[in-house]
Design a protein around this ligand. Structure first.
Ligand code: AMP
Length: 216
């Protein structure tokens, strides 16, 4: 019953490896970024409020994100566990998560820190394409779609995320360094952190994470 956090800079492959782990353990993946993008597409008040921050590569305020993720966790079927992708991203969010889980008598198992250098990230983000319909993630070099610009899974036209433009990428990496990196120490102190070299083969990384969970 793994309860997992994927921590790492934008472009570390949290979404790709998160979905493989979710399939493997039959657990829901809760992605704050995906939830914000769905809200934006549906033009909800939350989505519209978040848009300015997302476009600028900044973090959406803690109060909004915490309420959003709490609601997602409440609604998800977490009997087998869950995986958080992109949350928490600040110490305040991590503390709010601790309180929420404590209230539910649940404990986290592992926080996987996906480590990659900035030059690799910039290259990966520039080559990332996503399916706006089903959320499948591609990379023009390492995981290209079978037919150019078309989603293998659902046939929709692939897009580049607005915040994967070069100017925004730089800001997102800065924001990560300032606000999210402190979480590495936060979880290391709680003895939950497992560092994964996120530049190796994806299958290799998934098997390292499975080994760390002790669930093959
Ligand atoms: P992601 O898809 O995780 O890269 O998130 C895309 C954008 O959504 C980020 O650059 C932030 O603007 C916003 N976002 C996602 N998750 C969070 C979070 N936990 N806290 C604050 N902002 C977030």
């Amino acid at each position: 019953m793994p309860r997992i956090i994927l921590l790492g800079p934008p472009g570390a492959g949290k979404g790709t490896k998160g979905s493989l782990l979710c399939d493997k353990y039959d657990i829901p993946g809760i992605s704050s970024g995906d939830a914000l993008r769905s809200n934006l597409e549906a033009r909800t008040p939350l989505g519209l409020e978040a848009k300015g921050y997302m476009d600028a590569g900044e973090l959406v305020p803690d109060s909004l994100i915490i309420a959003l993720v709490e609601d997602l966790i409440e609604k998800a079927d977490t009997k087998n566990g869950f995986l958080l992708d992109g949350f928490p991203r600040t110490i305040e969010q991590a503390e709010a998560l601790d309180v929420l889980l404590f209230g539910k008598s649940l404990e986290l198992d592992k926080v996987f820190y996906l480590r990659v250098t900035a030059d690799v990230l910039i290259d990966r983000l520039a080559k990332r394409r996503i399916c706006p319909k089903c959320g499948e993630i591609y990379n023009l070099q390492s995981k290209p779609p079978k037919e150019a610009d078309i989603c293998d899974a659902c046939g929709s036209a692939l897009i580049m995320r607005d915040d994967d433009k070069p100017e925004t990428i730089k800001k997102r990496i800065e924001v990560y360094d300032e606000q999210t990196k402190p979480l590495i120490e936060y979880y290391a102190k709680q003895d939950m952190l497992v560092e994964i070299d996120a530049t190796t083969e994806i299958d290799e990384q998934v098997s390292q994470m499975s080994d760390a969970l002790g669930e093959g």
